[in-house]
Design a protein around this ligand. Structure first.
Ligand code: ADP
Ligand code: MG
Length: 700
């Protein structure tokens, strides 16, 4: 029997050596299977023909049938164009090309019956269609039955005649070769019946050549279901497996130090959200399983305190704890905070970073190894092999998205029984992403800010109003407040942007010559950076001109204004993070977004959202919708299957939630993957894993 998974594409009628090479190189299509899973990116309803005398300037895409009567070349330079006068007997319309004039002219013939497809628009009082699709009418007849699929193809392919239309022909040829029931079903009969799904073969046939929208929707649903189902099954199976394999350290009691801290040292009441999250953590660490929990909380929601309380639980139960921060500045800040809050309690806290001197390292490492140190605050430095703990029970990872899955796993190996893992992130993640990116973690949300915070007031101004803004800054500085001014520096090597920062710095030095100004960017040595940051934090300097290096975690309560220059260059999440640097004290704080006056639609929307809401979750959802999941920070590094082909994390939240439950039930019902009833799905999961978690494409 012909095996589509391995059968080379070149044997398909209509392909041959040359086209096969193109398909290999351009689209990574090798087997019949690869081609089958190369899906259309849109469909156009070609079931209806319009008449020329029905056309107006503001219609969507239309389809006409008629002939070209004459050609004309017009205009000079950029407006040089080829015009074909086209008629169907009811009137004339101009077909216009601005590119590839010669190619078009040679291909099209006067007097041949064509199907023309395009979007009419009004130009100089005449209706024309620019760059229409023109096909001989008999070749179109094949697919005018229903919706016509459109396939992405590359320039190289188009030049060789392999355009979308040709791809559709190859697909038609493919289905003739494959016959009926050409792929093995990938879901169990029970799942298919229970959730009313279309069989896979049928869905694949329809996704390429749907007769109508309903049919297409049902086929899409089946493929989305399956795609998301296996992403979730993979994640949940992994989590279950981990849970069965590892026994957790049990932190059974709430001991003396936790209680003393709570009663004597805690300067304020915990928010209800903090209390709830601490309870969730307690339940985890008091079970016999290893905790893997993500705490999500907007900037300023008080995650550090939750971390501290968890670490005290570890201490009271005879374990050490480690808190990892993504930068040295942040680690130092955490260290200072912990020391201050724990003053007078018998807890030994140490700090270890890349710049800890060799001779200072010795006692720190000894303390960790012999168990006299209780809490270590660190950076990536802790991952080094010579950092050994006597009994590490808990690892807190702050600002997780800067640590990959690999680092997380490395921390596990620091103890015979892996420590509990608490991941904290201030980057709110849309639910769909959380379910996939962190789908193997349990999630807690701190959805409440400590009382008394004044919401930050955000405004968007155009650069020509910047003098007025400087007046406002002066007023704030005069009142004793401090100010951040941030310039974009997207990659550390972009000299151009650095110049931006330097220019801005000079300019601000001129304008605010009676104040002291710090400068901070990623090209500085860590020592210099820390020194500048310290000067600003202590109030020695009043303005801080910086790149995004200050984005994460920095806490200077007296700073009340965040100015973001070239705000159009930042994504929503980043803007929100930057804004979170102010509003941390009792004073009203402000965020000013400065842009040029020509805004793209996208930038305009971002500015609108930023000025309309302070809610990090709302912003994250909007970010996902504007940019799509591929661009959200952390997604690329995640190593999870994000190569979704039919499902869309911005749109399919409900379905994702639903299939997560379906997958969860199977993992619970058959944790050892041995029940023959689920054979199909476990086998499929093995193939997907072997394929590097890639659901689609070459299956071998
Ligand atoms: P983040 O979640 O951004 O890490 P932090 O833990 O740095 O937030 O907390 C921000 C500020 O809020 C700190 O100054 C902290 O002391 C304060 N804080 C935390 N919890 C409370 C609370 N329950 N009531 C009042 N202030 C709090
Ligand atoms: Mg924090």
């Amino acid at each position: 029997m012909l095996d589509p998974t391995t059968r080379s594409i070149k044997y398909l009628p209509g392909v041959g050596e040359q086209r096969a090479t193109l398909l290999n190189r351009e689209l990574n299509i090798h087997s019949l299977y690869d081609l089958l899973y190369y899906l259309p990116y849109r469909y156009v309803d070609r079931s209806r023909l319009f008449r020329v005398n029905e056309l107006s300037g503001n219609m969507p895409y239309v389809q006409l049938c008629g002939e070209i009567r004459s050609f004309e070349e017009m205009g000079e330079g950029a407006s040089r164009r080829l015009v074909a006068h086209f008629t169907d007997g009811t009137g004339f319309v101009d077909l216009v090309w601005f590119r590839a004039l010669k190619f078009v002219r040679n291909r099209l013939k006067i007097g041949t019956k064509y199907i023309v497809f395009g979007k009419p628009s009004l130009f100089n009082g005449r209706i024309n269609i620019a760059h229409p699709d023109v096909d001989a009418s008999e070749s179109v007849q094949l697919s005018t039955m229903g919706l016509q699929p459109y396939y992405n193809t590359t320039e190289k392919m188009k030049r060789a005649g392999l355009n979308s239309h040709a791809m559709a022909k190859l697909m038609a040829s493919l289905f003739k070769v494959l016959g009926k029931d050409f792929v093995e079903e990938t879901l169990t009969p029970e799942i298919i019946r229970k959730h009313n799904l279309m069989p896979l073969s049928e869905a694949l046939g329809i996704i390429h050549f749907p007769k109508n929208m309903q049919e297409l929707a049902a086929a899409e649903y089946r493929l989305k279901f399956e795609e998301l189902f296996y992403v979730q099954l993979s994640i949940l199976h992994y989590a279950k497996d981990r849970m069965l394999k590892y026994v957790g350290h049990r932190f059974a009691k709430v001991g003396e130090i936790f209680t003393r801290f709570y009663n004597e040292k805690l300067p304020f009441e915990l928010t209800n959200a903090q209390k709830r999250v601490v309870k969730e953590i307690r339940r985890d660490v008091n079970s016999n399983h290893q905790m893997n929990r993500l705490v999500q909380g907007d900037v300023g929601s008080g995650k550090t305190l939750v971390a501290l309380l968890s670490m005290l639980l570890a201490k009271d139960n005879g374990f050490q704890a480690c808190m990892m921060a993504p930068t040295e500045i942040l680690a130092e800040q955490h260290y200072a905070t912990l020391c201050r809050m724990l003053k007078g309690l018998p807890v030994r806290v140490e700090l270890l970073t890349g710049s800890t001197k060799p001779k200072d390292r010795i006692p720190i490492l000894e303390g960790l190894a012999d168990g006299t140190s209780d809490i270590l605050v660190s950076t990536h430095a802790v991952l080094e092999d010579n950092v050994l703990f006597s009994n590490l029970g808990l690892v807190v990872i702050d600002e997780q998205h800067r640590f990959g899955v690999v680092q997380r796993a490395k921390m596990w190996a620091k103890n015979r029984i892996p420590p509990h893992i608490l991941v904290m992130t201030a980057t709110p993640i849309p639910r769909t992403l959380a379910m996939t990116l962190y789908g193997d973690l349990d999630v807690s949300v701190i959805d409440e800010l400590p009382p008394g915070r004044k919401p930050i007031s955000t405004m968007h101004i155009f650069r020509n109003k910047i003098d007025a803004m400087y007046g406002f800054l002066r007023q704030q500085l005069h009142e004793g407040r401090q100010v951040y001014v941030v310039y974009p520096l997207i990659s550390e090597s972009e000299k151009l942007d650095l110049k931006n920062l330097e220019d801005g710095y000079k300019q601000l030095c001129n304008i605010f010559c009676d104040y002291r100004i710090s400068k901070l960017h990623g090209k500085m040595k860590p020592k210099e950076k820390d020194e500048e940051m310290r000067r600003f934090a202590s109030g020695e300097t009043q303005l801080l001109v910086s790149t995004t290096v200050i984005e994460v975690g920095v806490d200077v309560p007296n700073a009340t204004v965040m100015v973001v220059e070239n705000a159009e260059r930042f994504g929503l999440s980043q803007l929100h993070q930057l804004r979170g640097r102010v509003g941390r004290g009792g004073n009203q704080s402000y965020c000013v977004l400065v842009t040029g006056d020509k805004l793209s639609e996208d930038t305009r929307k971002r500015m609108e959202i930023m000025t309309a809401t302070n809610d990090g979750f709302e912003i994250a959802e909007a970010d996902l919708k504007l940019r799509g999941p591929g661009d959200i920070e952390g997604v690329q590094q995640s190593g999870m299957a994000f190569d979704l082909k039919v499902a869309n994390l911005a749109k399919d939240e409900q379905l994702l939630q639903y299939v997560r439950e379906v997958a969860g039930e199977i993992v619970e019902a058959d944790p050892s993957c041995t029940n023959p009833a689920y054979n199909i799905v476990w086998e499929r999961l093995r193939i997907i894993k072997r394929n590097n978690n890639r659901y689609w494409g070459a299956i071998s």
